[in-house]
Design a protein around this ligand. Structure first.
Ligand code: MN
Ligand code: MN
Length: 472
């Protein structure tokens, strides 16, 4: 089935290719935007790395730390730029609007955690002349995708004295990489007969670290000893420090142009750094808005938005109370009105129709690469369960905004009915009574080590987010 016309002649204009819209310098901008984005996701592969980089970039643009403003009893005025940092893993950025807060906010919320393999609490061991790390996967992964790949280790180790050691291994040109073994095909007869979900199991995801023994030949675990020596030399850490570490095993290497025409980006963590990055860039363009504009980057979405840094924590609500207090206009009632009157784009990735796997999406109601920002009115599973089903009034308003700003967009469902599904942070913010809809960039290979997004969609999503912040 061809893509043109699938949705009927009347929808041709809305669902055309973004590529047809941009020529010359405008087309150069589309590509240039993805150059910066590629650099961002190549460098920032953990939630902490993303938040630290966003703070650095925001401070360059005049954003100030809310914690400092509270301490100094600063008064916030329209046009002021503020950020609130929660444990280095969640970030809320604000540009204060000229209207009272109780009129509501314009929020774009995305998550900065991505599927990966976390080191266990007691990860290091030696077996058969190899030193290895035990891992526990984080988020939804197809385990067989993580073997025989160059992998890197990113994260932090917190020592007993509270000092924080940043760890990045496997990204510099001269760095070694690590990896997880798979069976040779010659001896894989039993494995090949297994269900794909059982071919590589969770406890098989052990990371190879080294093979040189040191010290006395009578000693045990001499290879492990050498690895500990190397880690101590470079990072000053001991084996027991792993217990207070947050180390993540991620694909090693940079994001790359994908396709002979360089129309796409292959990279680790598009889900959901592509929406975090585009919403961040959109907010950075906001000066003196009428309503207060917010970009929210949260952690733990991939495991249910739980914990102090996940969307279900009170961090955002508490932060809003602090912000309103600094504007001299706080009351519990005004805070509630502020949240209920807000509008939100829940920025998250969606599925793009894949010609290699066409059976899981429904052609009239799926996104396609290169056709613009994707709106998911609802997500969920089995009869939309667990989804935030956006109001049509809100969708209508967004249609008008996108048309006014000439943003190309499409709608999607996360797969065919009863094929599977998923969720986002949308329903959590909707609990305040605010209008929320999911929208973002549609991907190929979602949750795989190397995901794929269209540069046209990335650019158009940034423009869509900007239009929302200006008008909603
Ligand atoms: Mn996501
Ligand atoms: Mn995800």
């Amino acid at each position: 089935m061809s893509m043109e016309g699938v949705r009927g002649e009347d929808l041709e204009k809305t669902y055309g290719y973004v590529w047809d819209k941009y020529t010359g310098e405008k087309l150069d901008q589309v590509f240039a935007f993805s150059e910066d984005y590629k650099e961002f996701i190549s460098k920032c592969k953990t939630e902490r790395e993303c938040i630290a980089e966003f703070i650095r970039l925001a401070e360059e643009k005049g954003y100030r730390d809310l914690a400092t403003l509270i301490e100094e009893k600063e008064v916030l005025k329209p046009g002021d730029k503020v950020y609130a940092n929660n444990a280095g893993k969640t970030l809320a950025l604000f540009v204060i609007g000229s209207q009272p807060m109780e009129k509501g906010l314009r929020i774009i919320g995305a998550h900065v955690d991505s599927p990966r393999l976390d080191l266990k609490q007691n990860p290091l061991y030696e077996d058969s002349g190899l030193a290895l790390f035990k891992t526990h996967y984080y988020g939804g992964v197809k385990k067989y995708q993580w073997v025989t790949l160059p992998l890197a280790i990113h994260g932090v180790v917190v020592k007993k004295d509270g000092s924080l050691v940043d760890v990045v291994i496997g990204e510099d040109e001269d760095d070694p990489v690590v990896g997880i073994t798979d069976l040779l095909i010659h001896l894989a007869a039993d494995q090949m007969d297994k269900k794909i979900s059982k071919a590589i199991e969770g406890e098989d995801l052990n990371v190879s670290l080294g093979s040189i023994p040191v010290g006395d030949k009578e000693d045990k675990a001499r290879v492990k000893k050498n690895i500990l020596r190397l880690l101590n030399e470079k990072y000053g850490i001991d084996e027991e420090d792993f217990v207070s570490a947050e180390l993540e095993v991620v694909p090693a290497g940079k994001a790359k142009d994908y396709g002979l025409d360089r129309s796409m980006v292959m990279g680790y963590g598009h889900d959901d750094r592509v929406c975090a990055y585009t919403s961040f860039k959109a907010l950075m363009d906001m000066e003196n808005p009428d309503k207060t504009c917010v970009a929210l980057m949260v952690d733990k979405e991939e495991i249910g938005s739980v914990g102090a840094t996940g969307m279900t924590s009170r961090f955002f609500e508490n932060t809003m109370a602090e912000i309103m207090n600094l504007t001299g206009d706080y009351s519990e009632l005004k805070l509630r009105r502020c949240l209920a009157n807000s509008k939100m784009l829940s920025g998250d990735v969606s599925v793009a129709h894949d010609p290699n796997h066409p059976s899981v999406t429904e052609p009239r109601n799926t996104a396609y690469l290169g056709k613009g920002m994707t709106f998911n009115k609802y997500t969920g599973v089995r009869g939309k369960s667990g989804s935030n089903d956006a109001n049509p009034e809100f969708m209508a308003q967004l249609r008008a905004i996108m048309e006014k700003h000439d943003v190309m967009w499409q709608t999607s469902e996360l797969g065919k009915v009863d094929q599977g599904g998923g969720g986002t942070i949308a329903y959590i913010l909707a609990e305040y009574g605010m209008d929320v809809i999911d929208c973002g960039v549609a991907l190929h290979n979602m949750h795989a080590p190397w995901e794929v997004a269209s540069k046209a969609d990335i650019y158009e999503t940034m423009r869509g987010y900007r239009a929302f912040l200006l008008e909603a």
